[in-house]
Design a protein around this ligand. Structure first.
Ligand code: URA
Length: 241
């Protein structure tokens, strides 16, 4: 990013009410001032500006405005209707991360509203929370054609926005839904059967991979493992750290 582009980004952030810009870790405290940007991920081409805002809700709104009607990767030419940013409580202790929007999500602009989403709502309710209590997002924000897997260039372009969502919300626990989200976040190719049910340190949160609800629709017997994972999530939410 050159100086002019940076100046343009910062002017835009100022218009959105962003109150300052700094890499000082002291800025990273929720409620006082809030960082949208992670440290750049090693090896990634993440060049988006570091911006700060007073609350998580403001930070998410600024990020959503910054993303705009995104044309940064090829998915905007491949039939997606709109960006599906994320939904829920900006102050959530629990965040779910899926793979990418499907057909219903692409139409409604909200993640996890189709059949898999209805099952996710039941999973959330099983630990005595409501959908509105948690935050739900995907690794990539636009629907891939025919719901194919996201491609590496699409993930590389889009995942910095998920990182900023995580850093804005600062959830205690992140549940990675399915192989794709777990492998993308943890930078591993280990199978989901090996990753699920374990707790990983992740950007200041605890990350628990579990099976994707769409997989559960095809393999209902795996609901037992997901219930075990959700009990683990519940105990992490109740713990001090
Ligand atoms: N599957 C996902 O991974 N995300 C959605 O939003 C819907 C289905």
């Amino acid at each position: 990013m050159d100086r002019d582009q940076l100046a343009e980004h910062l002017a835009f952030a100022a218009e959105l009410g962003v109150t300052g810009v700094s890499r000082d870790p002291a800025w990273r405290t929720r409620a006082e001032s809030l960082v949208l940007s992670p440290e750049p991920v090693e090896g990634s081409k993440d060049e988006h500006p570091v911006v700060f805002s007073k609350t998580a809700a403001e930070a998410l709104a600024a990020l959503r405005a910054y993303i705009g009607d995104c044309t940064r990767c090829k998915l905007h030419t491949l039939g997606r209707t709109q960006v599906v940013f994320g939904v829920g409580n900006p102050e959530a202790d629990l965040m779910f991360v899926g793979e990418a929007p499907g057909g219903d999500e692409d139409v409604q602009g909200i993640p996890f509203v189709g059949r898999a989403g209805q099952l996710l709502t039941k999973i959330i309710e099983a630990i005595e929370l409501k959908r509105e209590d948690v935050y739900i997002a995907n690794v990539i924000k636009c629907r891939p054609p025919q719901n194919r897997n996201p491609e590496p260039d699409e993930v590389e372009t889009c995942e910095p926005f998920l990182f900023r969502q995580i850093d804005a919300i600062k959830p205690k626990v992140i549940v990675a839904l399915g192989k794709f989200a777990a492998q993308a976040l943890l930078r591993t190719d280990a199978p989901i059967s090996r990753l699920r049910g374990r707790v990983f340190e992740y950007r200041g949160s605890k990350l628990v991979p579990t099976f994707h609800p769409a997989y559960l629709l095809r393999n209902p017997s795996s609901k037992r493992e997901v219930w075990e994972d959700m009990k683990l999530v519940r105990s992490l939410l109740k713990s001090e750290v």
